[in-house]
Design a binder for this molecule. Structure first.
Ligand code: NAP
Ligand code: MN
Length: 263
């Protein structure tokens, strides 16, 4: 089995990375940053997002595991003092894998035929580059509403505890293949109207965002910020691909939610 380690880059995470690396090599596991079977992220949830995007082209062959050197994370749920146990698990036992749903974002441009496809582990956000975002929300091919406001956030179940939560979106269990559309400060008055509540869409219910006048957008995919000009539509749906996490011990999602937000 081949492994790679992604560190947050601070001294603590780098030291832990070296420690894990030499332990695993001691068990005859090969370090391979190009084609790893397992990617160990050392840092925080943000570090795991980086690791995810680095290996996004080989998700079916790679499993992720996260160690946190700061606070408990949703993806980074191993503590540094559990690392020895983790290493032995990795070296000695075939690990179980849990799969979480991802968000597929396809951005189409007015220039004929051009499109870009992304996968998000947490979410995609869409904001206008200037002033309010005005965008038609189309669900399953039917216009649902015209949104006016700061922006929209479309999240995965495992991303529902991140930006989506700050927008009063619901926390969704990652066993539900779905995406959630949450509003950022919508304008609601006699003239402009949006539903106001976050929407949870199941698999195959595609949500299309179509610009009403402005065609230049700030679009984020997880921690990545992209500027897009001349946008025709932004299509969001549950991706066919899934992310795989190596599971060595049970740590139920609701317990992670409780430990992270309630204490
Ligand atoms: P960051 O600004 O360092 O991250 C913001 C916080 O979100 C960090 O505490 C991060 O944990 C945490 N986080 C990331 N994924 C999470 C998840 N699935 N569930 C719960 N918390 C999560 O930037 P970053 O580390 O590069 O992370 C990018 C993410 O930040 C974006 O995907 C977005 O979800 C989130 N974000 C949130 C807000 C907001 O809440 N208002 C605004 C912008 C972006 P770590 O400290 O462990 O990295
Ligand atoms: Mn971070």
């Amino acid at each position: 089995m081949k492994f790679a380690i992604q560190s947050k880059g601070d001294d603590t995470s780098n030291e832990l990375k070296d420690q894990i690396k030499s332990h695993l090599r001691g068990f005859e596991l090969a370090y391979d940053e190009e084609e790893p079977d397992i990617v160990i992220s050392v840092g925080g949830d943000g570090t795991l997002l980086h690791a995810f995007h680095r290996y996004v082209d080989r998700l079916s062959q790679t499993a992720f595991v996260g160690v946190h050197t700061g606070h408990l994370g949703f993806y980074a749920d191993w503590t540094p003092d559990e690392v020895e146990k983790l290493v032995i698990h990795l070296a000695k036992t075939p690990f179980q894998v849990v799969e979480y749903p991802l968000l597929e974002v396809t951005i189409r441009f007015n220039s004929e035929g051009l499109e870009k496809r992304y996968l998000a582990l947490n979410e995609c956000t869409v904001k206008s580059m200037e002033g309010s975002l005005v965008i038609d929300v189309i669900i399953k091919g039917e216009k649902f509403e015209t949104f006016r406001g700061d922006g929209l956030c479309i999240s995965t179940p495992s991303g529902s505890t991140a930006y989506n939560k700050a927008l009063a979106g619901a926390i969704i269990h990652p066993s539900l293949p779905s995406i959630q559309l949450a509003e950022m400060a919508s304008i609601n008055n006699r003239v402009f109207r949006t539903v106001g509540s976050p929407l949870v869409l199941p698999q195959h219910h595609t949500c299309n965002l179509r610009p009403v006048n402005d065609v230049n957008f700030d679009i984020s995919i997880d921690h990545l910020f992209l500027v897009h000009k001349d946008v025709k539509s932004i299509q969001c749906r549950v991706a066919d691909e899934r992310v795989r996490f190596a599971r060595f011990r049970p740590f139920p999602f609701w317990k992670r939610v409780k430990d992270s937000f309630i204490g």
